[in-house]
Design a protein around this ligand. Structure first.
Ligand code: PHE
Length: 446
């Protein structure tokens, strides 16, 4: 099959592609608002511990399985399980991953659509001179307009699926190369600017001085879910990328580099956003609108604010774009593995995600009171359950597969790390990552 032959053009291309998958709305939009709702610094602390002890080792496991299998996730899991004498049912893990990313992409596309709207608005100078209240009210009015939300959701999905249909390696490499560093630079600039404002010190206290009394099972569950979400781990999406990884590249180093970069993007964006929250007396627990309300305020105070803001939303959009492409890939790879042509598979996925996304888009207007489960509407459900439950569950199963089912020599070879590094990884996955994820998930059940 030709898909097994494709490889990323270079080592750098692989790291950039995985970074592209990891860095997205999760860092810049989701991290600040989830941290805001979950006590700030305690959340950050638990989240970083989980990234290091769970997210990173499981990420290595996931990419490793992809690299060992050199196929789409379902086929890779099936073939590797058969080779190891394990059950063929491991293939279902690939299907579960595809279902998870389906749910995630449906709301991801809607929120990315908000960025499109905000990009256009900032280019038109709509935020210049607006007060914090006006910007907040404008955002609420925007959410209540289903036509606009659906339009932008559609636009974003077309953009994403266009690249996917063309084949990932070609579409992504060059884009990632250029954009990631620019986004990073802009966030650094913004954080430096934040350090000159009066909100800076309270923001640092809020983010870095944990009050342990605030640790609750909910905070722990959200921190775990976000650790998987932000690293793009647990849905076999990175497995699909691992299949294209060059043989010689060190997997642990690549994964660690991505994790560090990913955390630092979240921190920079957290600092920039909370500095505004505290300078303006806004509510850190206000939810999904947090970034969309605070950053226009922050930029409006800078010289050439409207231009900076436009650049910011452009880069954000491109970062979410590369994440969305990664979200779509396992679904397309799955259908392709089942014998569908790539373009057809892409169109089928696009249609499904678009329809499901409608429910999220309308959750802010006509479907606001449609609350099928746990008293949450569709947007609230798909933006919480798949990241908080499905990703950790999938990640845990991937870890079980990598550390218990795959033969050691095979795992070691695909991880590309000889000696103690491999045993360190193996033991962390076996005795820390798997049991810890299991316990947190179990406690969520009760
Ligand atoms: N990591 C991406 C983000 O932070 C989201 C994502 C989750 C991408 C799962 C792929 C798989 O925006």
């Amino acid at each position: 099959m030709s898909e097994t032959l494709e490889r990323w053009g270079s080592r750098r291309a692989f790291i950039l592609a995985v970074t592209g998958a990891a860095v997205g709305l999760g860092n810049i939009w989701r991290f600040p608002y989830i941290a805001g709702e979950n006590g700030g610094a305690v959340f950050l602390l638990v989240y970083i511990v989980f990234v290091l002890l769970l997210g990173l080792p499981v990420m290595m496991a996931e990419i490793m399985v992809g690299r060992a299998g050199r196929r789409g996730p379902i086929q890779a899991l099936g073939a590797l399980a058969a080779e190891a004498g394990g059950s063929r049912h491991w293939r279902w893990l690939g299907a579960f991953g595809a279902f998870t990313v389906f749910c995630i992409l449906s709301f991801y596309s809607v929120v990315s659509g908000w960025s499109i709207e905000f990009l256009v608005a900032s280019i038109n100078g709509k935020f210049s001179g607006a007060t914090a209240q006006e910007i907040g009210a404008g955002f609420d009015a925007f959410l209540a307009n289903p036509g606009l939300l659906v339009f932008n959701h559609t636009l974003f999905l077309v953009m994403t699926m266009g690249v996917v249909a063309a084949g990932i390696a070609k579409g992504l490499e060059r884009l990632n190369n250029l954009l990631m560093p620019l986004l990073y630079l802009l966030l650094v600039t913004l954080a430096i600017y934040a350090s000159t404002t009066e909100g800076f010190v309270p923001a640092l206290v809020w983010l870095f001085k944990p009050s342990m009394a605030l640790i609750t099972p909910t905070v722990i569950l959200h921190a775990m879910g976000h650790a998987f979400f932000t690293l793009a781990v647990g849905a076999c999406a990175l497995m699909a990328y691992g299949a294209y990884m060059p043989d010689k590249q060190s997997l642990p180093k690549a994964a660690a580099a991505v994790a560090v970069l990913d955390i630092s993007v979240a921190l920079l964006s957290g600092i920039a956003i909370f500095a505004v929250v505290f300078a303006q007396g806004l509510d850190p627990t206000q939810g999904p609108g947090l970034m969309f309300v605070t950053l226009p305020i922050a930029f409006s105070e800078l010289p050439w604010g409207a231009a900076w803001l436009s650049v910011f939303f452009l880069l954000l959009l491109l970062a979410t774009w590369t994440s969305a492409i990664n979200l779509a890939e396992p679904m397309v790879a799955t259908l392709q593995g089942a014998g569908m042509k790539r373009v057809k598979a892409t169109m089928a996925v696009a249609l499904g995600v678009w329809l499901m996304g409608l429910l999220s888009a309308l959750s802010f207007s006509s479907l606001a009171d449609f609350r099928p489960f746990l008293g949450r509407n569709v947007f609230e459900l798909v933006s919480s359950i798949p990241p908080d439950i499905f990703l950790p569950l999938g990640g845990m199963l991937i870890a079980v597969f990598a550390a218990w089912v795959m033969p050691r020599e095979k795992a070691q070879e695909a991880l590309g790390n000889s000696g103690w590094g491999f045993y360190l990884w193996l033991n962390i996955v076996r005795w820390i990552a798997i049991p810890m994820t299991f316990i947190v998930l179990l406690s969520a059940l009760f």
